[in-house]
Every structure is written in structure tokens, then in C-alpha cells.
Design a protein around this ligand. Structure first.
Ligand code: ZN
Length: 239
């Protein structure tokens, strides 16, 4: 535990330094639109998967739902990005889905609404939060996915995965993988789906259900995103 804490502390310190430098860089180019609304040099879409009648994966205990945990992590993530003066667009900030009426085709309506929000955002990065489930209850850990052919999506996923491996996947490192998912394919904005852990693993399910672990996951994903922004030469971030 001590080793783990030390590692997390070191990573945390390194990223706080990077973060402070980034904020300093951002504040130089920070400007306002004519309406007085702040125009952020960098912005992200945070997508909490599922919601409403679509609870997503159900935990091993039968008491936890992917939609609730994804929302918890997404709200923590919003807090970190806002503190860094990075613009944030949330696809949802409460337990409701985005489908409108619950009738037939609700899932399609839900996904189309998310696409609409992403396309209107003009964001530099989309981060979609999900939880995994598998037949074997021993599988655990967090993994990032990107769209095949999206070089920047791949880079963002790799940077987030690097942080997840250093701080969460201490038993075994994962590689960021390409995935054929609607959220990754629905826009040309670099997009990453983060499967934050396995609800089918009883120990990981217990961790994922706590506010502390959700906050920790959010900070790690945030650190990965900052690392991506700093290594993406197409963004106007001079460190
Ligand atoms: Zn999901």
C-alpha cells in the first residue's frame, strides 16, 4: 500500500506541475467572445454513459449500476477540468437519459442526442465514461478505447491508458485498444471511451461504488488528458 501511495503521490506531483504550467499558458491566450462568454482555448466533452431507464451493466452484487458510477466519475472529471480553466460540455449531469420519451427507439434517440451535443461543442476531446462487465469475475482494471484511423484519438487514449496503468492497473498493464463504438465514430473530434473497471469483479465493484475511488479515477483520466493536450502539437498550448 505504501508503495502504491508513493507512486500515486509522485504522479500526482508531476501532473500538478504540468497542470500549473498549462494553466499559466492558457491564461495568456484566454479571451472573451463579444457576448462576454469566456472562450476557452481548450474544451472537452464529458459523456457519462447510459442513464435513465438504461442503467447499463449491473454489478456483481446486483445493487450497482453502470449509469450511476459513470455519472459520479464524469462529475468529478468536470470539476478537475473546470479548475484548470478548460471548457467543459457535459452530455448529462443527472441520472436521466437523453432519449426524451421512454418509448420504442429510446436508445437510438439517446445516442443521436449525444452526437448532436458533441458536434455542436467544437471541443478538442471527447471522453466517454463507461464500466465493464465480463463472464469471469476475476477480470479487473481500466482500459481506454479509440477509433481506428484516428491518430489523435489513439494518442489521447494512449496517454490516458498510461496514467491508468501507473495508478490503477497495478496487477497488469493494458494497452489502449481500437474499438468500433458509436460514440467514437459519430464525430471527427478525437474521442476516447474509458471503461473504468469491471462491475463483474466483486472487489472492483465495491471500489467503483465509492466516491473516493470515482474521484481518483477522474483525476487519473484528467491527468492523462492534460498529458495528451501537452503532446498534441496541433493545439495552441505552449509550455
Ligand atoms: Zn457502457
Amino acid at each position: 500500500m505504501l508503495v502504491i501511495r508513493k507512486k500515486v503521490l509522485i504522479i500526482t506531483s508531476i501532473f500538478m506541475i504540468i497542470l500549473l504550467s498549462l494553466i499559466a499558458a492558457l491564461s495568456i491566450s484566454y479571451s472573451s467572445s463579444s457576448s462576454g462568454t469566456p472562450r476557452y482555448p481548450i474544451s472537452v466533452v464529458i459523456d457519462a454513459g447510459h442513464g435513465g431507464i438504461d442503467g447499463g451493466a449491473v454489478g456483481y452484487s446486483g445493487k450497482t449500476y453502470e449509469s450511476d458510477i459513470a455519472l459520479g466519475i464524469a462529475l468529478c472529471l468536470e470539476k478537475y477540468f473546470k479548475a484548470a480553466e478548460i471548457g467543459v460540455v457535459m452530455t448529462r449531469r443527472d441520472k436521466n437519459g437523453l432519449y426524451g420519451s421512454k418509448g420504442e427507439g429510446f436508445k437510438k434517440r439517446d445516442m443521436l442526442k449525444r452526437r448532436e451535443i458533441i458536434l455542436a461543442s467544437g471541443a478538442d476531446l471527447v471522453i466517454s465514461i463507461h464500466l465493464n462487465k465480463f463472464l469471469s469475475t476475476s477480470r479487473k482494471g481500466a482500459q481506454a478505447f479509440f477509433r481506428e484511423g484516428s491518430e489523435l484519438g489513439k494518442l489521447a487514449a494512449a496517454k490516458i491508458q498510461e496514467q491508468l496503468n501507473k495508478n490503477i492497473n497495478l496487477h497488469r498493464s493494458f494497452e489502449a485498444l481500437k474499438g468500433d463504438y458509436y460514440l467514437l465514430n459519430c464525430s471527427d473530434i478525437p474521442s476516447v471511451i474509458v471503461e473504468c473497471g469491471f462491475l463483474s469483479n466483486p472487489e472492483e465493484e465495491k471500489l467503483l461504488a465509492t466516491a473516493e475511488y470515482q474521484d481518483k479515477l477522474a483525476y487519473i483520466i484528467f491527468a492523462g488528458a492534460i498529458s495528451y493536450f501537452c503532446s498534441n502539437s496541433k493545439l495552441d498550448v505552449n509550455l
